[in-house]
Design a protein around this ligand. Sequence first.
Ligand SMILES: Cc1cc2nc3c(=O)[nH]c(=O)nc-3n(C[C@H](O)[C@H](O)[C@H](O)COP(=O)(O)OP(=O)(O)OC[C@H]3O[C@@H](n4cnc5c(N)ncnc54)[C@H](O)[C@@H]3O)c2cc1C
Length: 418
Amino acid sequence: MTSERPRVLILGGGFGGVGAAQKLKDADADVVLVDRHDYHTFQPMLYQLATGLVETTAVGHSLRDLLEEHKNTTIHQVSATAVDFDAREVQFDGIDPITYDYLVFALGAEVNFFGTEGAAEHAFPMYTLPHAVRLKDHLLERWEAADRDPKLIDDGALNVVVVGGGPTGVETAGAIAELYRGVFTKDYPGVAEEQARVILVEAGPELFSMFKPKLQRYTTKALTERSVEVMTGALVESVSPTRVKLKSGTEFAAHTLVWGAGLQGNRLVQTLGIELQRGNRIAVGPDLALPDRPEIYVVGDSAAIVDEKTNQVLPQLGSVALQSGEHAGETIAHRIAGKKAKPFKYRDKGTMATIGRGAAVVQMLGGRTITGKKAQVAWGAVHLALLPTNEDRAKAIVDWAGAEFTHQRVGRITVGSE
Ligand SMILES: Cc1cc2nc3c(=O)[nH]c(=O)nc-3n(C[C@H](O)[C@H](O)[C@H](O)COP(=O)(O)OP(=O)(O)OC[C@H]3O[C@@H](n4cnc5c(N)ncnc54)[C@H](O)[C@@H]3O)c2cc1C
């Protein structure tokens, strides 16, 4: 049966794609949302999954469940492989091509190893749900292996090098150090602190380059108090399964290298034949559409959106992705209803990051800063609002409160295949 209604094709079920779909619920359109996974990933909590603080379903939410009340929406779990702008058609790995009247491009970003030798094969990136589960299983597996054969400890089985002094690297290093010192010291008594090192390596001169110097100093102190060894101005040259070598010649015996050092636009953007901005992001107009293709909206991490207030490109953040996705969905619904499109206005709730229990930093647009428990509460409030459902919010509150009071990590089991 062919429909007379316009078709809106949404590529990606992250913050941007789901935000767009939410605003198209009542539109007089057929909406198709496609993602290579059958779930929406809440990336800000990946480090909590990797360190056993929360379980898989706290971070991945079924897309069919999220959009089940959207009677005009169809979901497919397939990978998009090519976009033909002229034919207004997208090709997929596994289903027939789908044509569109409006396209929302929300495929996010992916890891960039910057050509570091051995990183693609041996590093543990931290950008997807499978990445977080793989890191958690690997850490637990190394501790169990070292328990069976203590000689592995001297070979660096328990040492972790985390690359990247931005939010992903800092929060992962802080969380691993807390897991090591707060939980594994009891699970595996007899392992001394210096036999299970957590080293954070950043190429630039300071951590958190986007924050004011006093927040950078606070972060280094909070990490050091949690026994993270912070190295700035240090570049990773190569990675093997058991060694991490820096450009300076320093070599660490470490069986785990966590990569939190860089993103690039989704690989599909490189095939579109359009000029890309820094980080392979796509420049959009004030309404988030491509300047010469008004039927195509690009949102979230894939887009280079210039903030109308600051004239700066907005950062790759969940709140930017959600708000831009919602704006695209709302604009398409307005256009279908014959109304005029409005320019996108980003509502900034501050830039923030967590470091560990009771330690976080917040920098507001006007320059005001907050640290410590208050900042952690602010991080919690902003990120609860980003979670897709009230049920997810309730679950996150229970998990966070449980970890705060009991210091326990419920998710520290490995479930491999037999
Ligand atoms: C570890 C980590 C921690 C973060 N912490 C924070 C934080 O604390 N606060 C904050 O605001 N932001 C944080 N961010 C950033 C935030 O998560 C991103 O900015 C946001 O997820 C971007 O949303 P998006 O919809 O553009 O892309 P994504 O959320 O990446 O969604 C893209 C979707 O597209 C799908 N996809 C990709 N390629 C294809 C394909 N070819 N075919 C089909 N589907 C495809 C993916 O499966 C995915 O579901 C963090 C990011 C990471 C990685």
